[in-house]
Design a protein around this ligand. Structure first.
Ligand code: PHE
Length: 469
């Protein structure tokens, strides 16, 4: 169809394809690696409860807005603002692309750890948990695994939107669901499993602090892939027939559902290992990598290998559908704006991002310089290069980007125009309760709370001010 200027950008083949790809972006290391340790640090079930509220009340309107802007303009995260006639707002898209590049640069390293653990456990190397520090400090091994991971990501993207991203999501997401359900069902049969479930699902609100809320919101935002134009980009391949609200609801439910099941998988394992005693459970980024191999070892040999390798394969699959969406954001930008072919764009962007990730790769013990990179004002100990990149991109730029996107939609592009786009494929939307909820979210609730989060992060991370003390 020569009249459709966007026809060679690619489109999703089906509504389900879009939902699986977007849910694939959302479900990632954030759900399976980060969520359980945030829960453990945040006092268990009360964190889960607040997290759910954040996802549905605060993040949902942002998610809907991003998809609508993408579908309306059929453009990448930067071009979308130009297409709506607001060239000055392109900076939000550019900041989003920068965030995506930075996040992928370190996310790919952690994905490499997960993939490496899969290979190690396949060989029955259960002692890897005790060697976690040495494993991630071994730059040559991590270089190999992270290169493989970036290569797989690039391979999927280079095949295009429907035959690459959509097809991969249709294979990876159902397998992921199958594996996580199987593993969770198994871990619930272990001794002391119910103690783990109790810790996880019975809230104790005396433990809730402002910091819990702050962490839950940050986690929800990152987990739903918001604030950097990933959903603008994925929305731009969406057909004008689909109902954005129901799609967004399914994406949110899948993301939240997988995080919840990941907890049901993790906490019985932790309970089993600690004989049901949760007094000394420490969360932290090492939770999965240091604790789990010990659990797998204690199951008898073939079973331990199957369950252990299965778990890290699951983690790798979850990470892969997220790295794909992270890479697609800059790739789509380069294709649209510089009229570059997809393959060339993929090769250039993945190479640049891999190179940017090298200091992060080295910052977990292999290089003294990058491992203790800077000491923030007011802080006692230095942080690694990887931490700095994460603090900047996922903790700072994402809430800022999300806040600017909703402010843009509510006050610049105007909420009526957003409603019109949302009414396509959803004729009853205008005048509905849903519409009021989305409008309230983008005008007041989300920008105010995201603005507060952004300011607190900057004050806390970079200037040593701790509002939680
Ligand atoms: N949502 C992904 C996760 O939970 C991470 C991600 C963030 C992916 C932003 C894309 C964009 O792991």
């Amino acid at each position: 169809m020569a009249t459709q200027p966007t026809s060679n950008r690619g489109t999703w083949n089906s509504k389900l394809g879009f939902i699986l790809a977007a849910a694939g972006s959302a479900v990632g290391l954030g759900n399976i690696w980060k969520f359980p340790f945030e829960v453990a640090d945040g006092g268990g079930a009360s964190f889960v409860f607040i997290y759910l509220i954040c996802c549905f009340a605060l993040c949902f309107p942002v998610l809907v807005t991003e998809i609508a802007i993408g579908r309306k303009t059929q453009k990448n995260a930067v071009g979308a603002f130009t297409a709506l006639g607001y060239k000055n707002w392109r900076f939000i898209g550019l900041l989003g692309i920068l965030s995506g590049v930075l996040i992928l640069s370190f996310y790919n390293v952690v994905a490499g750890w997960a993939f490496g653990y899969f290979i190690e456990l396949l060989q029955g190397h259960f002692d890897i948990g005790g060697r976690f520090g040495a494993f991630i400090a071994d730059w040559s091994t991590i270089t190999l695994y992270s290169l493989i991971f970036m290569f797989l990501t690039a391979l999927i993207i280079s095949s295009g939107v429907s035959s690459g991203i959509e097809r991969a999501s249709k294979i990876l997401m159902p397998s992921l669901l199958f594996m996580i359900l199987g593993l969770a069902a198994y871990s619930l049969t272990l001794d002391h499993a119910m103690k783990g479930v109790e810790f996880y699902l019975i809230p104790d609100f005396s433990e809730v602090s402002l910091e819990t809320v702050y962490n839950a919101l940050g986690q929800a935002f990152f987990s739903l892939s918001l604030g950097m134009g990933a959903l603008i980009t994925y929305g731009s391949y969406l057909s004008k027939k689909d109902n954005i609200i129901t799609s967004a609801a399914l994406i949110t439910l899948t993301d939240v559902g997988i995080a919840i099941i990941a907890g049901l998988l993790m906490f019985p394992l932790v309970a089993y290992l600690n004989n049901g005693d949760f007094t000394n459970v420490q969360g932290g980024p090492g939770l999965i990598f240091t604790v789990l191999p010990g659990v797998f070892e204690s199951l008898s040999s073939p079973l331990g290998i199957i369950i252990g390798a299965g778990f890290f394969l699951l983690l790798s699959f979850a990470a892969l559908t997220s790295t794909v969406s992270l890479l697609e954001v800059p790739v789509s930008y380069v294709i649209d704006e510089f009229h570059m072919g997809r393959k060339k764009a993929v090769i250039i962007m993945s190479t640049i991002i891999y190179l940017i990730g090298i200091p992060s790769l080295l910052s977990n013990g292999s290089s003294e310089y990058f491992s203790s990179f800077v000491t923030y004002i007011g802080s006692a100990s230095p942080v690694s290069f990887m931490d700095v990149v994460e603090h900047l991109s996922s903790d700072t730029f994402l809430p800022f980007g999300g806040m600017m996107i909703v402010i843009f939609a509510a006050y610049i592009w105007k909420k009526e125009n957003l409603s019109q786009e949302l009414a396509i494929g959803n004729p009853k939307f205008i005048g509905s309760l849903n519409e009021k909820f989305i409008h309230f979210g983008i005008q007041y609730l989300s920008p105010i709370i995201l603005g507060i989060i952004f300011l607190l992060t900057v004050a806390n991370r970079f200037f040593g001010y701790n509002p939680f003390e």
